[in-house]
Each structure stands twice: as C-alpha cells, then as structure tokens.
Ligand binder design. Structure first.
Ligand code: C2E
Ligand code: MG
Ligand code: MG
Length: 646
C-alpha cells in the first residue's frame, strides 16, 4: 500500500484560497482574460480538495465502495488535466495578446481540446482496463503502466506553448517574456520531482505555483492597470501600441473624452460617477470582439481594435458614438454624459506609439471644438499637427527669449476727442519674422500651459508703461486674461509684486476676461476676482454679446467696464435689426455704473451712429489699429483729436 503525504496539498490549498480571495472582484468580470484566470483558480482548488478527499478515502479503503474510489480518482484525473488545459490556454492568449496572427489562439484551443478528449477517453478506458490505476482485492490503490500519461499531456502542452512564445517573441510583452522564462522550468522541475518521488503529492503545488507566477505577472501589470475600471491605463496603451506597430498589424483606435463630469458627480454622487466610468470601460471592452479598452486619463478612454477595412471601422465608430447618445443606467438612474470622439487608423509599418498618442489627443482637441464632437481619422491631420507643434516650439522659444511683444490699441474717448485708454495685445513673430495673429496661437498656448508666460510678459510691459510719465494721460490700460489665471493664486502674487516694483495707481491696470472665462468655475473665479478688486485693480468684461451671456452673473461680478464685441456691428448701422440689437444693449448697460466700450468700429458711419447714441468709448480700426509702444506714446503726445482711421 502507498503512503501519501498530503501536507503539501494542504499548503497548496491555503495558497490557492489566498489567491482566490485576491481575485473575486466583480469589476474584473468584464475582462475574459481575468475570468479565465479565476476559473483556473477555482478548478485548481477543486482538484486539490478532490485529491485530499481521495487520499483520505484510500487511507480507510474498506469503508468506501469501489465505485466511489474509482469515480473520485477518475474525476481527479479529469479535473487536473482540465486545469492544466485552462492555464495553458490562458497563457496562449497572453502570448497572442499583441500578435498579428490571432488565429493561433483558436488553433491552440483545438489542440488542447483534442488532447483533453483523448486523455478523457483513456480515463474512461481505465475504468475497465486499469492501465492508469486500479484497486486490488483489498481496495488498495495500484498504479498502472500509463499512470504518468497526465504528465505527458502537460509536457506536450508546455512544449507547444514554448514554441508559440518563440514564434511570437517579437510581439511578446515584457511581462509574458518573464512568465515564459520562469514558469516552464519550475513546472517541469516540480513534475520531475513528483515523477521521482510519487509518495509526495505535488500536483496541487504545481498548479498553485503556476497560478502564483501568473498572478505576480498580473500584479506587475497592475502598474499598467487603471485602479478604478481595471482596464489598461495609458502606460499599457503605449505598450500595446508599440507591440502592435512592431508586429505590423493595422489597427483602429477610438478615443472617448468625457466632459462636464463634475456636474454628474455633484448631481448623482461620486459613487455613481465611478460606476459610470466602470460601465463605460466595460462597454468599450465588449464593443468589438477583438477590441481592448483603456482608461488613459481620469475622463479619457480608448478602444483599440484590429483594422479590417473601412466599413468595419465606420461601423465601430458609429456604434461608439451612438452608445453615448442614449443614457447609461447606473443604480436605477439614467445618466447621459457628454463626450467627444476621435479616431486614428494605422495601416502602414513605421511610426511610433508617441506619435499615435499625440495624433489622438490632437484629434480630440479638434473634436471638442466641433459641433458634432467627433473627429474621424484624416491622414492630413499629421500635417496640421506638425504645424501646431512648430507653433508650440515658436511660443516656447519666444517665452524663453522674452520675445512676446506688447502692442497697444488705443481706445477713443468721444467726449474729449482723445485716446484715454488702451488695450495691450500680444504679438509674436514666426520663424520667418512674420507677425502672427494672437487668434492663431492663444488657444494653443492655453491648451499647452504657455498662456501664463504670455500674460506675464503683457503685465510686465503694461506696468512699465503705466509707470512711465509719458503715458500719464491713459486712464487705464487693459491686459487680456485666460481662464487659467483666474483659477490660481499666482496672478494675485504677480500683481502685488508688479505694483511694488512699478508703483502706479492699480485702478489704471484693467484685466479683461471673456464670458467664456466666467463660465468655468464660478465660485473659485469670483473669489480670485474679489481678491484682485480689493487690491484696487479693475476688471473689464470682454467680447460681450458673443457667448451665452449670463446676465445675473455679470451683474453680480464687479466689472468697471464692459466691451461690446465688434461682431455685433457687422451690419450696423445699415441693418435695422442690427441697430435694434446694438441700441438695446447700449440702453441696458447705460444704467449700470460702468464704462461701456464698443469694439471693432471700422467706419465713420458706425462711429457717427454710436456717438449719436451717446457711446463714450470706441475701440476700432477706424480710430487706431494696434501699434507698438513707441507709436502709442507718439500718438498720445500729438495735440488734437484723431479724426479718422489710421
Ligand atoms: P480681443 O481681446 O477682443 O482684442 C480685440 C481684437 O480685435 C484685437 O485682435 C484687435 O486687433 C481686433 N480689432 C480691434 N479693432 C478692430 C476693428 O475695427 N476691426 C477688426 N476686424 N478687428 C479689430 P487681435 O490683436 O488679433 O487679438 C485677438 C484676440 O486674441 C483678442 O481679442 C484676445 O481675445 C486675444 N489676445 C490678444 N492678446 C492677448 C493676450 O495677451 N492674452 C490673452 N489671453 N489673449 C490675448
Ligand atoms: Mg480684449
Ligand atoms: Mg474683445
């Protein structure tokens, strides 16, 4: 009779139990790879329990009928072969994860199934032949000549796996390379030990070791995994891109960027907000049978799928966009998040993961500014992106070399007939020395964190001007602010230090903000504005009439000046409707205690009509265009009123 030691199996069971505890999270269920791993853990634990039960029954054989011995031992053989097959299949999927020859996974599954079917037949045949094991007259367990066929099956699975890993070595992830270096030798060593010392039960140990190595691989992958949704993060998308590009397999990548999520969190609670993000991630994971989802930023997702022709790509993009047109049901509540979509299709060899990611975020930035919030892939986009990159470099150089110039557009005071105010407007030359319009680079500077440098340069120049006695006749000079500045305390510190350095009347420095700026983070922005107003500086509301004017907010904010946008004057004073709109606005603001400047006045007819309506301040090409500081000071010195446009 064979004396077995089950202590190793008990130890393996504890280990498997701990692994299971670590792995039963619901949010992982969306990912087939993880479901497979969990199944292998459950079956491994089941086979160890069965092994311990069989061993226990064999220690008192006569108390259990023969058929129970046979059934349990056969089931154990079948179960352990099933676990090995599942682990092998799981590893095969990891091998083919980034490869172009995806059909390899299916072929290996067929190979495993055939092997398992043959092994099962052998186990059944064993019931009558006893070629693997049998029970003697005293019901003692006896080994048959083919008892080690199970190890042969495992060896075959392993050999083919190693061959597949070698064939696909170019597209193997670093984690999988590590697994392939560690796992086969350990499993082989344990199997050899078991073969040599059959009395020590080691099968559970082999499986626990395999599962543990795979889990460690997972944990290392945790660094590449998004904590909330369990999908890949930006780092893993980068890795996936690099591997796919190396294997030369065409792919489509769709980026989804959510917006206004703060409102969703406030309205439905952060827990539902999180659940929504998880829901989006798992929907994307299942949107394409061969697709993979990533959470690349807190509100940004990406779906990567093989590119198999334009119709398929169109269908996928349409399906993703369509999904965001209907609400997501989260805890019995319907939530409709707003999102922007961008797409990149990579069909040729070459390029880099960084380039694709840059192109994706560039397309997203374009998508956000479009009315349909969607940007399909266009090969010409790379050219536009290169142009933007050049512009960013020009701005970075200008910031480093202090080359942002302040130009000034004087503002005409109709009652005195003199220029009594001015607005500072940034100017920058491109690499060929040509001046670029701020409209071409301010938005880019805002998106790339360069606008602070521009504001700093403008503030510095304007404060120096205000401290110059030659500019004493200017009541106020304004500087344009972007939203970033009103959300940080840095501006207040900057203004304090400028005031201490240049010593001018703070009321003469006016900060212009647009309605768009006002709509961002109202409480924070108002706090910063109040802080600045308390120090004596003043604010102007720029481009009034272009946005969705929130009048109550405007009235509640202390502006000393409101600037009507030039676009309102397009058909003024020829068109009656335009006259009606402009005059209604003028009348509305007249009762407020603030200055009213009309921008964009280009013709005498406009100027005359506005002056006749009692407008006091006019800014426009009709009176003066933006000009360098020297020219401004020259105009201020010259006696008499400016009569017409320069
Ligand atoms: P804005 O603040 O509304 O500035 C007025 C713009 O209207 C200036 O364009 C000015 O040249 C133009 N303008 C003035 N009178 C007329 C007119 O009669 N007809 C026409 N067609 N245009 C007129 P500019 O200098 O190209 O600036 C465009 C925008 O860029 C500015 O609009 C402002 O939003 C932004 N910007 C300019 N400088 C800065 C800056 O230093 N910082 C920030 N954040 N934005 C700036
Ligand atoms: Mg302005
Ligand atoms: Mg304006």
């Amino acid at each position: 009779m064979i004396e077995w030691t089950i202590s190793t199996e008990l130890f393996s069971l504890i280990l498997l139990f701990l692994l299971l505890l670590n792995f039963h999270e619901r949010r992982w269920q969306a990912f087939p790879q993880r479901r497979l791993y969990r199944l292998s853990l459950y079956l491994s634990a089941g086979s160890v329990v069965l092994n311990i039960a069989c061993t226990h029954m064999l220690s008192q054989p006569e108390q259990v009928p023969l058929w129970v011995h046979q059934a349990c031992n056969s089931a154990y053989f079948l179960l352990i072969a099933a676990v090995c097959s599942i682990i092998a299949y799981y590893m095969c999927r990891l091998i083919y994860e980034h490869s172009s020859r995806n059909e390899g996974t299916r072929r290996y599954l067929v190979f495993l199934s055939v092997l398992y079917a043959l092994f099962s037949m052998l186990v059944l045949y064993n019931l009558q032949s006893g070629v693997m094991f049998y029970f003697d007259a005293e019901l003692n367990y006896r080994r048959g000549p083919l008892v080690n066929v199970g190890y042969l099956v495992m060896l075959l699975q392993l050999v083919v796996l190693v061959a597949l890993a070698l064939i696909n070595r170019r597209s193997l992830s670093p984690a999988m390379r590590r697994v392939m270096r560690i796992l086969p030798p350990i499993v082989l060593a344990l199997a050899a030990y078991q073969f040599l010392y059959p009395d020590v039960l080691l099968n559970g140990g082999i499986m626990a070791a395999a599962n543990l190595i795979l889990l460690i691989n997972f944990q290392r992958r945790g660094i590449e995994q998004d904590i909330l949704t369990c999908s890949g993060n930006r780092a893993s998308l980068h890795q996936e891109l690099a591997l796919r590009m190396r294997s030369g397999r065409p792919f489509q990548i769709i980026a989804v960027s959510l917006s206004h999520f703060r409102a969703i969190n406030q309205r439905y609670g952060a827990r539902r907000g999180d659940a929504l993000l998880c829901g989006i991630s798992s929907w994307l994971e299942q949107a394409h049978p061969k697709g993979k989802s990533f959470r690349t930023g807190s509100l940004d997702f990406a779906l990567m799928a093989p590119y198999e022709g334009q119709p398929g790509a169109d269908r996928l993009m349409k399906a993703v966009c369509a999904r965001f047109e209907s609400p997501w049901e989260i805890d019995h509540v319907d939530i409709l998040p707003s999102a922007a979509f961008a797409e990149v299709i990579h069909t040729e060899r070459g390029g880099s993961a960084e380039m694709i990611l840059e192109l994706l975020s560039f397309s997203l930035s374009l998508a956000r500014s479009r009315s349909d919030h969607m940007m399909r892939y266009d090969p010409a986009l790379s050219g536009r992106m290169a142009e933007q990159t050049r512009l960013i470099h020009t701005m970075q150089d200008a910031a480093r070399e202090n080359r942002f110039e302040a130009w000034y557009q004087p503002i005409y005071h109709t009652a005195s007939g003199r220029f009594s105010m001015a607005e500072a407007l940034v100017r920058m030359r491109d690499t060929r020395g040509q001046y670029l319009s701020p409209s071409a680079f301010i938005a880019l500077a805002e998106a790339n964190g360069l606008v602070e440098e521009i504001t700093d340069a403008m503030l510095e120049s304007v404060c120096a001007l205000l401290a110059d006695p030659a500019a004493d006749s200017l009541e106020a000079v304004s500087v344009n602010l972007s939203v970033q500045q009103l959300l940080s305390n840095r501006l207040v510190e900057k203004l304090d230090s400028l005031l201490a350095r240049y010593r001018f009347d703070p009321a003469r420095l006016r900060l212009e903000v647009t309605e768009r700026v006002l709509s961002e983070n109202v409480p924070r922005m108002r706090a910063v504005m109040e802080d600045i107003t308390r120090r004596g500086f003043s604010f102007a509301l720029d481009d009034f009439g272009t946005g969705q004017s929130n009048l109550s907010l405007i009235l509640a904010t202390s502006f000393s000046c409101i600037k009507l946008d030039g676009s309102l004057l397009r058909d003024y004073p020829e068109n009656e409707r335009s006259v009606f709109v402009v005059h209604t606005m003028l009348d509305m603001f007249r009762s407020l205690e603030c200055q009213l400047v009309v921008e964009g006045v280009e013709t005498q007819a406009q100027a005359d009509a506005l002056i006749a309506r009692g407008v006091e301040w006019i800014q426009g090409f009709y009176y003066a265009r933006p000009m360098p500081r020297g020219e401004l000071l020259r105009i201020l010195r010259s006696p008499g009123a400016p009569s017409s446009g320069a």
